[in-house]
Ligand binder design. Sequence first.
Ligand code: ZEM
Length: 292
Amino acid sequence: VKVGAKTTEKSLDKKPIDYQEVYNAIADILEDNDYDDGSIGPVLVRLAWHASGTYDDVTKTGGSNGATMRFDPEALHGANNGLAIARERLMPIKQKFPEISYGDLWTLAGVCAVQELGGPTIPWRPGRQDALDGKSCTPDGRLPDATQGERHVRDVFYRMGFNDQEIVALAGAHSLGRCHPDRSGFEGPWQEAPTLFTNEYYKALRDRKWIKKTVKDSGASQFVDKNNPEVMMLPAEIAMKNDKEFSKHINTYANSEEKFFEDFSKVFNKLLELGVPFQGNERVYHFKPTTA
Ligand code: ZEM
């Protein structure tokens, strides 16, 4: 009887998801020599960020729970231009692990990309549940507008519940990836190694001479390095550099990659967990990099 009962239990119970296996499967698809700088990692980090950064700490709406970016109108928000690519690239992983929610998949992919591209270990836990339709889509305008200044950056990130130090630590994700004229109107990476997670972003922002330039195709105004006009900064970032409080933290992270990694790990974890209804008994994963 005991043996029979056990068999029944086994065949009825869903196999629990091994999230390290999911991590490994995502790590496997990051490299693509035909895409941008050879990795889809950066756009996966942007997907995790845009899924999470819609959070409003006052109304407790938005965030990665629900994965509402799958639905219109959120999928069509200008800030999310280009992220359909990231969502599509993750579909084979979703098919391989159908039990994972989209919110968990997207945030785990962001963690995986940061770690695999040389960044710190980011604690991560499951618990996001998928919305069934677009009813809980957030209104447009919750993500930062790169054409604006430090006041706007504070408004947006304070609304999520971050302070100045945390805002600067999060912005270091621009160590990865690049701007695409057909997505945002801006063009170029923030420094010369856009597939390596380092503190070079802060050194570049602090130490280089940034001159204003108009992007030919879009007419957007951005800043480029006087000595290497291939690399860029957004107007919002130059405004942050010129802000006394923000520049203090930029200086800290330019001086210490170790401090940046430590703080980024905490704040990226916090971002990805905004508004998620955890039960409290979820296992916290510290994923093992596949490159180690
Ligand atoms: Zn970004 N970001 N971001 N960001 N971002 C872009 C690209 C990437 C801002 C912003 O306007 C833009 C954070 C904060 C802020 C990434 C991660 C994170 C692009 C270019 C713009 C315009 C999009 C394009 O054209 O493809 C502004 C104003 C921010 C706050 C002040 C935070 C926080 C992030 C994560 C923690 C990443 C990884 C990219 C690169 C994407 C890619 O496809 O290469």
